[in-house]
Design a protein around this ligand. Sequence first.
Ligand code: PLP
Length: 446
Amino acid sequence: MATDTTQQSLSDWDNRHFLHPWEGMEDLGKNSRTFITGGQGIYVTTTDGQRLIDGPGGMWCVQLGYGNAEIAEAIAQQAKELGYFSPFSNTSPVSARLAHELARRAPGDLNHVFFTTGGSTAVDTALRFIHFRNNLLDKPRKKVVITRRKAYHGSTYLSASVSDTERTRVWFDQDHENVCFLPDVNPVRRRAGVSVEAFLNEKVADLENAILTLGADRVAAFIAEPILASGGVIVPPEGYHKRCLEVCRRHDVLYISDEVVTGFGRLGHWFASEPEFDIVPDIIICAKGLTCGYVPMGACIISDRLIADISGDKSKGAVFSGGFTYSGHPVAAAAALKTIEIFERDGILEHVRNVTPLFAERLATLGKLPIVNSTRGKGLVGCVECGDNSLAIDQKVGAQIDRRCQELGLILRPIVNMCVFSPPLIITADEINKMFDILERGIRIA
Ligand code: PLP
């Protein structure tokens, strides 16, 4: 094994051999990515010893921060006890316990947990489950999934097909035969003179019209993130999800709530659907914060109602032929159980609710800066959108602010002309002030 770990060799290996997610092909092999070597609390450290606040919380996932010894210990303990066993015909105590703990916390009758390796595979599973269910119910035509512009649901073939990132649209083939996209739901983008209430009515009507146009006998499901996260932290008008669910119920269309980002405390609750948006969907997708990002895991949580009419006597002997080698992986389940235990013991959900007003107030004041067009957020997730509406400036401004902020001690997630942040949920009021102080300076000098 190569033992030469000088910075130069690491950079060479990273450039030559590590094909990163969303890799820009033009710069392939020429990148100078910062190496993150460690982390503690809300901070990460770089190879040259710089200590940075991790604004995006990893990738919206490190809810309890870095260096959590209890989670590390739970992972190590489980690996020593039972590092893996096949979930196909046997099970393990930790995964059974985790399924129970998730079902207890999920809204309504969402009691069946299918474990996956992450968010994309959980979305994939939900869509395949719906195909399977409708085939079993003799509704083979009912397969169309309605999604929304700017949605991001993952990087597998199916989850990418219901996503709408420009780069995927332009450079990949997507299966759009059974996918329908609704227009942007960003209230900031509503036409001049249109009230938020009128905009909301229009967006709900978009969904109902799409179902009526396609025919309810063809539409299987509507998939939505409670807040469109990677699409730019788009918070829909109040009442949007509840009214969309009512539309779905009227037309026998299932509602999938993708809570990969918004679940596990990001909005101050276990799940965003309830109580935040006051809905009980048919399926909830979660991942990321479920294990605090320490090991990969996702979950597709399905309601009793959806299972009842295709199981037992009604199953026609069918097998849900979906499953991963690592479904319910014991080590990941141990990390998730410890995460849940710490959330409860340390009152993390209450903490998020307590610091949210300060986060919202500091976010709103950024809106007064000259280059900021809009600020958006909910719970501990925020976005500043900048630029002057000229392509040349807007394309670069997010990366420029991120660079400036990194010099000052804060990492952000730049997305074109936006900077997005979702810090670890353990962030204190003082640390929130520090993060926004840096962000404000970074925007001013960008
Ligand atoms: N769904 C949402 C809302 C996401 O934001 C993401 C990832 O960012 C995914 C699904 C995909 O999750 P993963 O990257 O774990 O596959």
